[in-house]
Design a protein around this ligand. Structure first.
Ligand SMILES: Cc1cc2nc3c(=O)[nH]c(=O)nc-3n(C[C@H](O)[C@H](O)[C@H](O)COP(=O)(O)OP(=O)(O)OC[C@H]3O[C@@H](n4cnc5c(N)ncnc54)[C@H](O)[C@@H]3O)c2cc1C
Length: 287
C-alpha cells in the first residue's frame, strides 16, 4: 500500500475538506448488530480516497425539522443557527470503496434506539442523502513488521476487515474481535498466517461484560516487531494502551490505538472530552 503521508500537502497544512453528498443505494443486514449501507451517486466525483485501511468519514446529521439541504455550508449555518441546531458529526469507517462503481460501503453498529447514526442506519431508506467530510485516516498494515496485532469491538470491524484484506500472504498476526455472541461473527478474508479470534460478551456492551482486554492479554506475546491496531470503547482502549504501550513497550509510532466511542456518552461529548485529560488515550489529536 502506498505511503498515506504522500498525499499530504507540504508544510504541514491540512488539505481542505469539502463535503461529499451521496445517496443510500442499498442496505444489507450483514450481522444482527451490523448494517451495511452502500452509498453512491453523482457526488462520488468529489470523494477523494486515501490509501489507508482505517479511512474514516464524519457524517453530518441535521435536524429534519430545519429542512436543510446538503451539502451544508457550516460557516454560514454557524452564523445563522443556535449551537443546538447545527448539524452534528458522527465518525464512520469506509469499509470499502469501488471507484469503478462510484460507491463506498459503510458498516454501522446498530446499538439500540439511543443516538443518531445507529438508529438512522437501521431505518435508512434507499435514496436517503448522506453528507460527510473526509476521509481521514493514517493506518495500514506494513510489510516491515514481524507481527500484526489487531483488536477491537464491533465498531472496529470495518477497519480490521479492511486491514486484513490488504495484507500480503506472508504477513502474520492476530485479530481479536469482541462481539455480542456467535451470531455476530462473519467471514473475513485474511492471510493464512493471521488468526481471527472472535470473542463473546454474551451481552450488550457494558463495562462488566467486555472481554476484549482479557483476551488480548491472554494471547501469547509474539516475537519480533509488532504493529498494533486497537480501537473500541474508551475505557477498554485505555486498558489496551496500558498493555501494549506501558507493559509490552510497543513504540507509539507502531501503534494505531484510540477510542472509537465512549460508553454512556454521545459522540459530541466524547469528542469534546478527547481534548481533555479524561478522554485521552495518548495526548493525541482527536479523530
Ligand atoms: C475513527 C472512527 C471510526 C469509526 N468507525 C465506525 C464504524 O465503521 N462503524 C460503527 O458502527 N462505528 C464506528 N465508530 C464509532 C461511532 O462513531 C460511535 O459509535 C458513535 O457514537 C455512534 O453514534 P450514534 O449517533 O449512533 O450514538 P451517539 O449519539 O454517539 O451515542 C448515544 C449512546 O449510544 C452509545 N453508543 C454509541 N456507540 C455505541 C456502540 N457501538 N455500542 C453500544 N453503544 C454505543 C453511547 O455510549 C451513548 O450512550 C467510529 C469512531 C471513530 C472515532
Amino acid at each position: 500500500m502506498a505511503n498515506p503521508q504522500a498525499d499530504r500537502p507540504q508544510g504541514g497544512a491540512r488539505a481542505a475538506r469539502p463535503l461529499t453528498v451521496l445517496q443510500v443505494l442499498s442496505r444489507e443486514q450483514i450481522a444482527p448488530h451490523l448494517v451495511r449501507l452502500t452509498l453512491g451517486g453523482p457526488g462520488f466525483a468529489s470523494f477523494v480516497d486515501k490509501p489507508v485501511t482505517d479511512r474514516y468519514i464524519k457524517i453530518l446529521f441535521a435536524k429534519p425539522e430545519l429542512g436543510l439541504t446538503p451539502p451544508y455550508d457550516m460557516e454560514e449555518l454557524r452564523e445563522k443557527l443556535p449551537l443546538e441546531d447545527l448539524p452534528v458529526r458522527r465518525t464512520y469507517t469506509v469499509r470499502s470503496s469501488d471507484a469503478q462503481a462510484g460507491t463506498i460501503d459503510v458498516d454501522f453498529v446498530v446499538h439500540g434506539d439511543e443516538g443518531l447514526a445507529g438508529p438512522w442506519a437501521r431505518d435508512a431508506q434507499i435514496g436517503d442523502s448522506v453528507c460527510f467530510a473526509g476521509p481521514g485516516g493514517l493506518y495500514y498494515p506494513q510489510e516491515e513488521f514481524d507481527f500484526h496485532f489487531l483488536a477491537g469491538d464491533e465498531t472496529a470491524i470495518p477497519a480490521i476487515a479492511a486491514a486484513l484484506e490488504s495484507m500480503s500472504e506472508q504477513m502474520r498476526g492476530v485479530a481479536i474481535i469482541e462481539v455480542s455472541g456467535p451470531e455476530d461473527e462473519m467471514e473475513l478474508k485474511a492471510p493464512a498466517g493471521v488468526q481471527i479470534r472472535w470473542i463473546h460478551r454474551n451481552a450488550e456492551f457494558d463495562p462488566q461484560s467486555t472481554v476484549l482486554e482479557s483476551a488480548v492479554r491472554e494471547f501469547p506475546w509474539p516475537q519480533g516487531r509488532v504493529q498494533v491496531f486497537a480501537h473500541g470503547e474508551r475505557e477498554v482502549s485505555k486498558k489496551l494502551r496500558a498493555y501494549f504501550y506501558n507493559e509490552r513497550g510497543v513504540d507509539r509510532r507502531d501503534m494505531s490505538l484510540s477510542a472509537y466511542w465512549a460508553f454512556g456518552r454521545a459522540e459530541d461529548d466524547f469528542q469534546a472530552e478527547k481534548r481533555s485529560a479524561v478522554g485521552q488515550i495518548f495526548e493525541e489529536a482527536s479523530k
